[in-house]
Every structure is written in C-alpha cells, then in structure tokens.
Design a protein around this ligand. Structure first.
Ligand SMILES: Nc1ncnc2c1ncn2[C@@H]1O[C@H](COP(=O)(O)OP(=O)(O)OP(=O)(O)O)[C@@H](O)[C@H]1O
Length: 567
C-alpha cells in the first residue's frame, strides 16, 4: 500500500535520501580533519595548514548544512504529497461507503483515521528519508573510521556499540507498548472532547458539566500516568548509555595515551576516536526515535488500511431511470437486519405512481429502516425491492438517488448560504426555483431576512430553529422536483398549523410521496398507510379501513386523536 502513495514522489524521496547520506558522509570526515589539525597543524605550529583545514571544515559544515536543507525540502515534499494522496484516497473510499460500512467503523474513528493516523504515517515517511538511512550509515561509518585509525583501538568500539544497542533495546522494548497505549488513550481523550463539544447543549441542559469534567480529567490523568511511566523509562536511557559511552571514552583515553607515548597513535586521532564514539551514541538515539515512530505508524497503518480495504456491500448498477407507468416501488418479501440485529421482516407492498403513502408505527418499529432501503442506503438482507418493476440493483445509484428527494429524520445543513444548501438538491437551481421550493416547504420566513436566500447558515445550522432547519431540508428535496419524495419524520418540529399547511402544499404536487410520521394527523389522508410494529407490516390500507381492521393503528389513533377526529 505504501508504495502506491509514494510512487509519484519516488524521485523526490530518492533525492532526499541521497542528500542525507552525503551529509552523513561529510559528518564522518569532520573528526579526521580535526585530528589532522591537532596532529599536523598544531604539532608543527603550521598556521597555513591550520587555516587550510579550517577552511575545509567550514566548507564541510556549509555543504552538510546545504545537503540537510535539500533533504529536508524533498522529505517534506514527499511526505506531504504522500499524506495528501492517501487522505484523498481515504476520503474517496469513505464516500463510496454504504451506511453499513459507516456503522461498522463509526464516524469518530473515521475522523481520527483520516487526520491523526495519516499524519503519523506522513511523519514516518519523512523520518525514513531523514533518519532511517543516516543513523545506520553513521554507526557503521564511525566503526569503519575507527578501524581505519587504529585496528586495536577499534576493539573498544566493537565492545561498546553492542552494549549501547542492548541498553537502548532494553528500554525501548518496555516503552514501545506504552507508546501504543498512549496513542489509544489519546484517541479516547479526543473522543470525549468531540462528544462534549458536539453535545455541549445537552450537557448544560442536564447540568452534567461536573461529571463531564471528571470524565475528561480521568482520561487525561490516565494518559499523564502513562506518559510519566514512559518518561521514567526513557530517563533510564541517558544514564545507562552515558555510563557505557564514558567508560568507552575512558578506555580510549587510557589505551590511547599509552599508544601516544609509544608513538603508535597521534593525539588528534584519540580526539577523533572520542568524536566517533559520540557520533555512534547520537545515531543510536536517532535510530531509536525512528523505531518509536515506526511502531506508532504500524498501528495507524492497520487502521488506515482497514478504511481503504472495506468494499461497499452495495454494488452500482448500470441502468438509467426511465419513464414507466404502474408501480413505482414494490417490496417483495423484504427483510433486513443490522449486523445480525433484526429490523424488518417479510414486507410486501407496492406504491403506485402519484400515490401518497404514510408509514406509521411505534418508536423503533422500522419506519426509517424501510425508507432507507429505497435509495439503497442499506441493502435488503432477503427478498427483492423493485423500482418501476425492475430489481433495484439494476439501476445506477446516481440515477436511482437522482429520482428521489430524501428528507432525513435529522435535519442537517451545511455551512454556507441558504441558496448553497438548497442547491445541494439541484446544482443549477435558479433563484426563482429556490424561492418556489422554499414557499412549498413553508419556509417563507427566509424572505423576511435581510439577505434572503443569501443569508448565512453557520456550522450545523446552529443559527436556525429546529423547525426552520426541517423546512429548509424539505425545500432542498423539493427543488429537484423528484419523482419520489420521502419525508422521514421530517416535520416533527413544526407546529400543527405549519405542518397542516405543508401537507396541503405537498398534496398538491403530482409526485409520489412517502411520509413517515409518528403523528396520525400527518398521514391520515394518505392514499395508503403502512402500519409497522416490531419490523412487521401489521396493517395496510386507508385510514378508515385500518380503523376497522388494524388493532395497532386503532391504538395509535386513539392515543393521539380526539374521538371526533378519529371517527
Ligand atoms: N444503524 C443502525 N445499526 C443498528 N441498529 C439500528 C440502526 N438503525 C436502527 N437500528 C435498529 O433498528 C430498529 C428500527 O429502527 P428505525 O430507526 O428504523 O425505527 P423507526 O421506526 O424509524 O424509529 P423512530 O420512530 O424512533 O425513528 C431499531 O430497533 C433500532 O434500534
């Protein structure tokens, strides 16, 4: 998977990688030049030699710095490009999800995956270019340089390097699992944060601020404790590696001084060996850092991969919607379950073109589930749905959804103007068409506003009342003049007078309409009423017929309407 997203940036990645190696190469030369200054320049008091070597050091520093900058530039280009490509692909994949896929992972988790997890992978790519090759190169290079300076002195390196690696490994192997736990805990903290911000009104309405503060405090406290544990473990790293490095330096000084006295080693070479020892230590630290980043990235990689690998259950058809007389929607022994949890059983009915159909039933009886099957938000588990006498799967999703004006239960609007939101239903809707849809949806309140249809809607439509939001979502569906209008309990926040006016306006339209409602008054004049109870169709017919022969309908009616209205 990685390679697909890195492929367009292969050149940049290789350039960054090579420049980092060149920089590391310059770094390896520096101790040798310093050694030469001490052994030949200072020893012989040759100022010219010192100046030349000084200039060489300066050039090495500038070149190293330039190489680091070039590497940084290309590493950023690669990692940012990789991240953008990956995020776009994830966004595309999520957009193709059906409702079942979204239910499976959950929206908060999808958000963390597309933001935090991709950032972590982006960081891993940048670090691979910047550090993954540099550190081993410097460690091996320093060992070779020590070997070149003096074979017997390099034995000190050969003993010290594995000890250093071992102490880093011991600390890392204990702290790495904690890093992963911290990552998970961070997810939990952001989940609480998100829930609190989204539900701030509910929390205040129920005076739950103190409980929520406590919940947040507990989550952050747990995270702090884990961070402290990792901190304590990491704190062990410095003393242990310092002891090893300083012992090695002492050995270099002791054995080196003996060799200097016997004339087999120069003073500058001793300094170079000490520098190489320090370089090994720093490179090992950097490498350990890369391993931490890799481990975090591995966890994120799995989560990102899952998002990309999920295949929508609902497959697109090819057929376009055409003109057809007769039944518009037919349910033939349709059943549906949410991941094993049964919601609808064996529904059979049909809706003729131009009919107004009401769906009523208690809470959780399956009304929304039923209407969600028509635009194929979910796929029926058993049975077959026909649209215009053809299996629903034959139609392209675009064509199927284009013929439906769907008003969901939850009135959701987007940031932008009222016009932007209404045009969601029909991209090229003119101002007149928008105003007509608003009038039909009883949303003429917009006309009284200073900016009319250009009035701004804040995020989530928070500057509107529940009823206003509902009417705008109805207008959004009406503007496309759909063949089938589905209103899923979408007038629940309207007062009775507005609700009645809305029903009257919708009844005057020629299209087929499905009205889901808990209110009998909203559906009693429908051509056909479907009564649901526990996912079963327990009654079908007109208001009067159902009053005669459907016990559940009778109960609903008697619990809501006065005797005069019901009879
Ligand atoms: N996304 C989902 N995942 C799992 N179960 C679900 C999901 N949506 C609904 N259900 C379950 O399916 C059943 C039918 O729910 P549905 O929303 O269709 O009922 P409803 O009649 O529209 O209810 P209401 O009038 O309260 O909106 C309920 O038991 C509900 O818990």
């Amino acid at each position: 998977m990685w390679m697909k997203y890195l492929k367009p940036y292969r050149k940049q990645a290789i350039i960054g990688f090579l420049f980092k190696l060149i920089e590391a190469f310059f770094e390896l030369i520096v101790p040798i030049v310093v050694a030469d200054i001490i052994d030949y320049g200072i020893a012989a008091k040759d100022q010219q030699y010192i100046l030349h070597k000084g200039i060489l050091l300066f050039i090495l520093a500038i070149s190293g710095y330039s190489c680091a900058l070039v590497c940084q530039y290309f590493a950023s280009k690669t990692s940012q490009g990789f991240g953008t490509y990956l995020r776009n692909d994830m966004f595309k994949a999520i957009n193709a999800y059906d409702y079942e896929n979204i239910d499976k992972i959950g929206i908060p988790s999808l958000m963390t995956r597309i933001t935090n997890d991709t950032n972590q992978l982006q960081l891993a790519v940048a670090m691979t270019i910047r550090l993954a090759s540099r550190s081993p190169f410097l460690i091996i290079g320093s060992l070779i340089m020590a070997f070149r300076i003096n074979v017997s002195m390099s034995l000190i390196f050969i003993c010290a390097a594995p000890l250093l690696a071992l102490s880093i490994y011991l600390v890392m192997s204990r702290s790495l699992p904690l890093y992963l736990k911290i990552q998970k805990q961070l997810d939990h903290v952001s989940l609480i944060c998100r829930e609190n911000l989204a539900g701030i009104r509910v929390i205040r309405a129920f005076s739950k601020q103190n409980q929520e503060k406590e919940r947040f405090h507990q989550a952050t406290q747990k995270q702090k404790d884990m961070q402290m544990r990792v901190g304590k473990l990491s704190a062990l790293l410095n003393p242990s590696t310092s002891v090893i490095v300083n012992c090695a330096i002492l050995m270099i000084l002791y054995v080196g001084s003996l060799k200097v006295n016997s004339g087999t080693l120069l003073q500058g070479e001793v300094i170079a060996l000490i520098n190489y020892m320090n370089q090994i230590l720093l490179s090992m630290f950097a490498f350990a850092n890369v391993i931490v980043i890799y481990n975090k990235a591995t966890a994120c990689y799995k989560r990102v991969k899952e998002v990309l690998s999920i295949q929508p259950v609902i497959q697109d058809g090819l057929q376009k919607m055409d003109h057809h007389e007769g039944a518009l929607v037919t349910f033939d022994h349709v059943s549906f379950s949410y991941q094993g949890s049964h919601a609808l059983s064996d529904l059979s009915f049909s809706i003729e073109k131009g009919e107004t159909v009401g769906i009523i039933g208690g809470t959780g009886s399956g009304k929304s589930t039923l209407v969600n099957l028509i635009p194929r938000f979910y796929e029926a588990s058993q049975g077959q749905i026909y649209i215009k006498d053809r299996p629903i799967q034959n139609y392209s999703l675009q064509s199927l959804r284009q013929m439906i004006g769907f008003v969901p239960q939850q009135a959701l609007l987007f940031t932008g103007t009222i016009k932007d939101n209404i045009c969601f239903g029909k991209e090229d809707a003119s101002d007149d068409e928008i105003i007509e849809a608003l009038n039909l949806a009883q949303a003429s309140f917009v006309k009284e506003w200073k900016d009319g249809i250009y009035s701004h809607i804040t995020q989530g439509g928070h500057n509107l009342s529940g009823g206003q939001k509902q009417r705008l979502t109805i207008a959004r569906a009406l503007v496309r003049n759909p063949e089938l209008l589905i209103l899923d309990d979408s007038a629940s926040a309207l007062d009775f007078a507005t609700d009645a006016a809305l029903r009257k306006a919708i009844a005057s339209l020629p299209q087929t309409t499905i009205i889901v409602s808990q209110r009998v008054s909203a559906i009693m004049y429908a051509d056909k009423i479907l009564v649901l109870s526990h996912g079963e169709l327990v009654g079908i017919g007109k208001h009067d017929e159902l009053l005669e022969n459907c016990e559940i309908y009778q109960q609903i009616v008697h619990s809501q309407l006065s005797k005069e209205v019901a009879s």
